[in-house]
Design a protein around this ligand. Structure first.
Ligand code: NAP
Length: 241
């Protein structure tokens, strides 16, 4: 997935972000590293996307969550608001251009612009059908899935210099096996899980929150000198190219 750190590029009234608020300094609370930022996270009503949306909001960002189904968006917004987080939601199927345009316009309307774009499920011919998939389907369709994911490594390398002049950093997160509904066929069955663990340096599967912290870091001022990189969060599992 992509993490684009913009500088309020789409705002009607650009303001420079990046510094911590005086209020948090005066209150002697640790400054929240994404305070004042607006983050747009696609495919964020479940799994890794939801964990990212929650973490960015916990770190101070205003977050626009989205996915294909209105009821999922409504449930997520309600859940995160109950946790005291500053979120709004809208429906967006990442494969539909009109939805993507609406997504950005909604962020501009509700929050005044976008500083951070986390594109979860950006290009994925496999993703839509996977929840009904058996282990056999996974095996058969893993080829196209891997090709689509590998393309993101190259796209990250190309987009980073292309967007440099706009002050946009582009980085990529490459998760290993993370416990979500999407990957359940790999961990619900004990023998599949044992097999998967053989390839890992840390002998368990990852949790969505372990991806979220890495994304928050990449979007934050702490990563201000990092662009065009792919961060692997895979418990020491070997990369296959
Ligand atoms: N879990 C892993 O082990 C793992 C490992 C490596 C990479 N990944 C990648 O991480 C991403 C997220 O996977 P996950 O494991 O977190 O999945 P997940 O738990 O099944 O969550 C999927 C989320 O994406 C939304 N979604 C699905 N298709 C969409 C579309 N076309 N447009 C917009 N939203 C869509 C779903 O909501 P709606 O149904 O409402 O749309 C849901 O919120 C995927 O790109 C996956 O390939 C996952």
């Amino acid at each position: 997935m992509f993490c684009l750190s913009l500088r309020r590029l789409l705002s009607f009234s650009p303001t420079s972000g990046g510094s911590y608020t005086m209020q948090s300094v005066r209150g002697l609370q640790a400054p929240r590293k994404l305070e004042g930022k607006v983050a747009l996270v696609t495919a964020s009503t479940d799994g890794i996307g939801l964990a990212i949306a929650r973490r960015l909001a916990q770190d101070g960002a205003k977050v626009l969550v989205s996915s294909r189904k209105q009821q999922n968006v409504d449930k997520t917004v309600q859940e995160l608001k109950m946790e005291g987080l500053d979120v709004e939601g809208t429906v967006c199927h990442v494969g539909k251009n009109e939805d993507r345009v609406k997504l950005v316009n909604t962020a501009v309307q509700k929050f005044g612009g976008v500083d951070i774009l986390v594109s979860n499920a950006a290009v994925n011919p496999f993703f839509g059908n996977v929840l009904d998939s058996t282990e056999e389907v996974w095996e058969k369709r893993l080829g196209p899935y891997c090709v689509s994911k590998t393309a993101l490594l190259g796209l990250t390398k190309v987009l980073a210099p292309e967007l440099r002049s706009l002050n946009i950093r582009v980085n990529c997160l490459a998760p290993g096996l993370i416990r979500t509904r999407f990957s359940s066929v790999m961990w619900e069955n004990e023998s599949a899980l044992d097999q998967a663990k053989l390839n890992l340096g840390i002998s368990r599967i990852g949790e969505p929150e372990e991806c979220a912290g890495a994304v928050s870091f990449l979007c934050s001022p702490d990563a201000s000198y990092i662009t065009g990189e792919t961060l692997v969060v895979a418990g020491g599992g070997q990369s296959h190219l």
